[in-house]
Ligand binder design. Structure first.
Ligand code: ZN
Length: 252
């Protein structure tokens, strides 16, 4: 059993503009049949059964749900999923917010967290770590991946908003490209994780607003969502060649 982490991008799916093409969000106005086809492709690419994919109805809060079985439909009103059950595939949808994928290979616990500005400010990552601790995980054993998100120079905000977030994570307060107040969500989240005792934090440095292969709500308004995915893989290590063509798996 080993923790796996994957981040998708917008290539290779069935959706048409403005959701082109690998949109995994059902809540953004896309054709449900196209999203269903895309989700089936995700499952095939990960070599997991589609009914093992666990989705959330995300609300920019701190709700955490611990799963030990696949839910019927999206888990309502939460922003983090945690499991110690192998084969449950936890998915977080994003298009500028940070997909935070947490894995503890010692305790055998993983989490997928939706952390935007409000999630950072309200503490969704500490809430997820607390739920992981309830399953026997220690922060020192947790590996964190901060996935693609809007970068600091691209994320201008009103000064009052910057101050609010900086109270929780001073490292998030940066300047935009034009010198105005801005937020670097990943820098803030890394600070929160380190403060909680997590020693292994890696960044996917891609900026959603700058990278055309990624969905960005800030850049495009109506658009699709990519996914961050975390699960405990209980299948043999060798992956058949036919399954390697799917969504990018750059993180083990
Ligand atoms: Zn940027």
């Amino acid at each position: 059993m080993r923790p796996r982490r994957v981040v998708t991008d917008r290539r290779g799916g069935r959706s048409v503009a403005p959701y082109d093409s690998f949109n995994l969000g059902v809540h953004v106005g896309d054709d449900p049949a196209a999203v269903a086809a895309n989700r089936a492709r995700l499952a095939a690419g990960l070599a997991v059964a589609e009914d093992r994919l666990c989705w959330m109805t995300q609300v920019h809060g701190t709700g955490v749900v611990v799963l030990d079985a696949a839910p019927e439909g999206p888990v309502p009103h939460c922003d983090a999923l945690v499991t110690g059950t192998p084969g449950l595939v936890l998915c977080v949808l994003v298009a500028d917010c940070v997909p935070v994928l947490l894995s503890d290979p010692v305790a055998g616990v993983v989490a997928a967290v939706h952390a935007g500005r409000e999630g950072l400010r309200q503490g969704v990552v500490p809430a997820a770590l607390a739920a992981m601790a309830g399953l026997g995980s220690r922060p020192a054993d947790v590996q964190a991946l901060l996935g693609p998100a809007v970068c600091g120079p691209c994320y201008e905000v009103p000064r009052a908003m910057q101050v609010q977030v900086a109270r929780v994570a001073p490292a998030a307060a940066v300047r935009s490209r034009t010198g105005t107040p801005a937020l670097d969500l990943r820098a803030g989240l890394a600070q929160v994780l380190t403060g909680a005792g997590v020693r292994q934090v890696v960044h996917d440095p891609r900026c959603t607003a700058e990278d055309r292969f990624l969905f960005s709500h800030r850049r495009d308004g109506v658009t699709g969502r990519q996914a961050g995915v975390a699960w405990l893989d209980d299948t043999p290590r060798a992956v058949p060649a036919a399954t390697r063509r799917g969504p990018r798996d750059g993180y083990g």
